[in-house]
Unconditional design. Structure first.
Length: 386
């Protein structure tokens, strides 16, 4: 684990929110942190609680990059949605940091030629540049031999799927990982971001997108990959974040048609499935319909729903030619979930896993189902600190 005095996180944006909210899980330790975002992204002035080491630091997002990194020793470059303006700002920030002999931890997919340039610089400068996405590629195991044997994993599998993008899948993955590890479980995990290695687990192997493999070969390869991972890590359970949404939005915005989630559903059967959904004010029967959809398409229902604060702006999406999302305040999500909890006794729990109390509820639901259905889970006394 790398240790530093002060880290500057830049350019902070919504995509990097789960990383900051779970900063203490990173393979990067800092004494203090500053969060900087360009003015136009709309986060300047936002207050954020960041867990670092054994305490929580309250940060206020600023746009003063030069001021914040005067006494810093590491720049943490956020993942972000690529555009020419941000690309140029990020390039300048990285080059300035390296010139000032600061370390750089890069979580974004900025131009490959620049990444290669910074990684190959001579002397100490190259050692100070850390590309976590490249780490995932280097660490990636060779694709297993594709043999036609399909065996279920030897431990319980918890799966996180999403009805759409921007529904907090990565946040949920990190929250569940933390809960199980805190209770003493050995967790193997495959996640949906290309820098999962920064959290000590695995990004999805690239062979799942290999055009040289048939879909049926991918099913066998994934099955063998997860079984080998579990054996090597002596895991008590496996957590899998499923890339891409489970279905198309419409004929224009296809979301990959739900093909990769279907391939994964054929590779192994999850013991517990958590489905991340969009924010919705409709009747909660909609969530039962989503669970039924999972059952019909993948062979298993959703055991629990996480409602995000995200909606699709259909009008703007039509005008822009790409999906545009709106984001509500978390209090709105709490109001909707609270309303249904007092008026609906639906079998599928609807939670907000950005809230600690709902994370604990989800943990209890998972543990109850797994201990009822399997004997592989070790018996560990569960205690939560208030």
């Amino acid at each position: 684990m790398s240790a530093y005095n002060k880290a500057v996180v830049y350019p902070y944006n919504r995509e990097f929110e789960p990383v900051v909210r779970h900063f203490d899980q990173l393979e990067i330790a800092v004494d203090t942190i500053a969060i900087v975002s360009p003015e136009g992204l709309g986060f300047v002035g936002t207050k954020i609680e960041v867990p670092i080491k054994h305490r929580t630091q309250e940060c206020t997002v600023t746009d003063s990059l030069e001021e914040e990194w005067q006494d810093s020793d590491v720049l943490i470059v956020c993942d972000y949605t690529r555009n020419e303006i941000l690309d140029e700002l990020v390039r300048k920030a990285i080059e300035t940091a390296l010139q000032q002999e600061k370390s750089v931890h890069c979580f974004c997919s900025i131009h490959e030629e620049l990444i290669e340039k910074w990684s190959r610089q001579e002397g100490e400068r190259s050692k100070r540049f850390h590309d976590w996405c490249a780490d995932a590629r280097k660490k990636e195991k060779n694709m297993p031999d594709v043999t036609q044997d399909l065996i279920e994993p030897a431990v319980p599998v918890i799966q996180i799927m999403g009805i759409s993008e921007n529904t907090d899948k990565f946040e949920v993955q990190l929250a569940l990982r933390s809960l199980f590890q805190e209770q003493g479980y050995c967790v193997s995990q495959i996640g949906t971001r290309p820098y999962c290695e920064a959290f000590g687990f695995h990004s999805f192997p690239s062979f799942v997108a290999d055009v040289g493999l048939t879909e049926s070969e991918k099913v066998y390869a994934i099955n063998q990959y997860v079984r080998k991972l579990i054996d090597e890590e002596h895991a008590d359970l496996l957590i899998v974040g499923v890339p891409f949404p489970i279905q198309k939005y419409n004929r224009t915005y296809t979301n990959g048609f739900g093909i990769l989630p279907f391939v994964l559903s054929q590779a192994f059967t999850p013991d517990f499935t958590l489905l991340c959904t969009l924010y919705d004010l409709e009747e909660s029967s909609l969530f039962k319909e989503m669970s039924d959809y999972c059952h019909r398409c993948f062979g298993f229902p959703a055991d629990c729903i996480h409602m995000s604060a995200t909606t699709v702006d259909a009008t703007t999406s039509l005008e822009n030619g790409e999906l545009v999302y709106n984001f509500y305040d978390q209090n709105k999500v709490e109001e909707v979930i609270g309303y249904w909890s007092t008026r609906d006794t639906a079998a599928i729990p609807v939670l907000n896993l950005k809230k600690v109390q709902d994370q604990k509820k989800a943990f209890d639901l998972i543990l109850k189902k797994l201990t009822n259905e399997t004997e592989e889970m070790p018996e560990i006394e569960i205690r939560f600190e208030e």
